[in-house]
Write a protein that binds this ligand. Structure first.
Ligand SMILES: Cc1cc2nc3c(=O)[nH]c(=O)nc-3n(C[C@H](O)[C@H](O)[C@H](O)COP(=O)(O)OP(=O)(O)OC[C@H]3O[C@@H](n4cnc5c(N)ncnc54)[C@H](O)[C@@H]3O)c2cc1C
Length: 431
């Protein structure tokens, strides 16, 4: 498991290679009155893929991907990692908009939403699920499409792992070319000015551009000025997926207004851009994440970010933010389970440390940092960043009406709430 904070021991591990294996595991668990968990890539922030004394349905042997470049679809097995899908689609000049970390699981990512470098241009990963082979809680195997089980397909697009075990995703693919990539660094004393420039720019940026900000300790790379290395700094990263020649001009309003202390600008393939997401948050470290949507990034937020960064106990931790929207807002709100497509910004406090003795201090810091941003937070949140699995929190993420609709689908496909070790949506109660 990615998050070393959770040291849990299942009673049995079913290493599944096929949908029939998953079906047999679910039936066996029912016969033996065992609870089950489902592991995709093991990168769930909340660690729900493993629980003590359960039967763990491990999908990691199921990582095959086939690509139909003419139809522009990929069939990806339920245990695929993001990097598996990218590796299979890249030779065809195609990609599914996925998350930005190659070792995260496609399963958890896609079922919870999926924000990545292409989200502003093409939308979320869940918007690209055309169909899914699903093993239901009773062991039966169905194919969810727009025509067959459309309610299930609707729920799989953002409702998480509540409705069945997905053993194959059919994903729509998009054409991709070279990307113009820039990383800019600012000293903390210039963070407020840089954030003001970002705020003025973010809502007007073209859809081919995704920009993300991160407060973190600067590394020792040559392009980072020596005086900033090893100290907290603000990084703004821009990835332009339009014609690479137009990349520098696309960010001139941002970097021209707030000139950075150092910049690294490169043209790279989409696959290489994806690979950059490897390594910064290794498996086995301890993580505590607090994430929220913000309507705005006012000057008051900059002060609060910098105060929180000053108190950061671990040099591995970070506070990230980004402007969202773009193609994410093109899908009508009622067409998928994914909530809050209109959210403007996401802000993610990510505490990372290694020693168990640091738990209390680092968790307290993340909580405090998130509290500092709370005055600017708006309703809802991103389920894939939710570390708190309490029912009330899941309700907050989806909102009452959507949660109720999800509960009705849950009742149809998993009335006994067999799949409950997740961000759980209990089946709708009988009237
Ligand atoms: C380092 C890192 C980087 C990340 N980057 C991004 C990013 O760029 N964009 C983004 O949107 N998110 C990102 N995330 C969040 C990520 O999307 C979630 O953590 C996601 O849940 C990981 O999926 P997984 O399959 O690895 O998780 P797991 O821990 O294996 O599973 C989590 C839950 O998902 C469900 N599940 C998983 N696979 C299946 C399946 N096939 N069928 C049914 N249920 C399933 C189960 O309920 C399980 O409990 C990142 C997370 C990490 C740790």
């Amino acid at each position: 498991m990615w998050n070393g904070l959770y040291d849990r021991r299942p009673a049995f591990v079913a290493r599944c290679r096929t949908a029939a294996d998953v079906s047999a595991a679910l039936r066996h668990a029912a016969d033996e009155s065992l609870e089950v968990t489902v592991r995709g890539g093991g990168h769930g922030v909340a660690g729900t893929a493993v629980a003590d004394g359960t039967l763990l349905i491990d999908l990691s042997p199921m990582r095959a991907v086939t690509v139909d470049p003419v139809a522009r679809v990929a069939h990806a097995a339920g245990g695929c990692l993001v990097g598996d899908v990218d590796a299979a689609t890249a030779p065809h000049g195609l990609a599914c908009p996925l998350g930005a970390a190659p070792r995260t699981g496609l399963g958890g990512l896609a079922l919870g939403g999926g924000y990545g470098w292409l989200a502003r241009r093409w939308g979320l990963t869940c918007d690209h699920i055309e169909a899914a082979e699903v093993v239901l809680a009773d062991g039966s195997i169905v194919e969810a499409t727009e025509d067959r089980h459309p309610d299930l397909l609707w729920a799989l697009r953002g409702g998480g792992g509540n409705f069945g075990v997905v053993t194959r995703f059919t994903l729509r693919l998009r054409p991709v070319g070279p990307v113009h990539h820039q990383v800019a660094v600012y000293p903390m004393k210039e963070a407020a000015a840089a954030l003001a420039a970002y705020r003025a720019f973010a809502g007007h940026q073209p859809r081919d551009l995704r920009t993300v900000g991160s407060f973190r300790h600067a590394g020792r790379q040559e392009w980072i000025p020596a005086r900033l290395r090893g100290a907290p700094a603000l990084f703004l990263t821009a990835a332009w997926s339009g014609d690479p020649a137009d990349g520098p001009a696309a960010t001139t309003p941002l970097f021209g207004t707030a000139p950075p202390a150092g910049v690294l600008a490169r043209v790279m393939s989409h696959a290489d851009l994806q690979a950059l997401g490897d390594g910064g948050e290794p498996s086995g470290h301890r993580y505590f994440v607090r994430s929220s949507y913000l309507d705005d990034l006012p000057p008051g937020a900059a002060v609060r970010f910098t105060d929180a960064v000053r108190e950061m106990p671990s040099p591995l931790s970070s506070i990230g933010f980004e402007y969202l929207r773009g193609a994410v807002t093109d899908v009508p709100d009622e067409d998928s389970a994914f909530p809050r497509r209109d959210a403007a910004y996401m802000c993610t406090v990510s505490a990372q440390w290694t020693a168990p003795g640091g738990d209390a201090e680092n968790i307290a810091w993340a909580r405090r940092a998130a509290d500092r941003v709370k005055p600017f937070a708006t309703r809802g949140g991103y389920v894939n960043h939710l570390q708190d699995v309490r029912e009330g929190k899941v309700l907050e993420v989806y909102g009452t009406a959507r949660h109720r609709r999800l509960a009705v689908v849950k009742k149809a496909y998993d009335p006994g709430n067999v799949l409950r070790h997740n961000h759980n949506i209990p089946p709708a109660a009988d009237r």
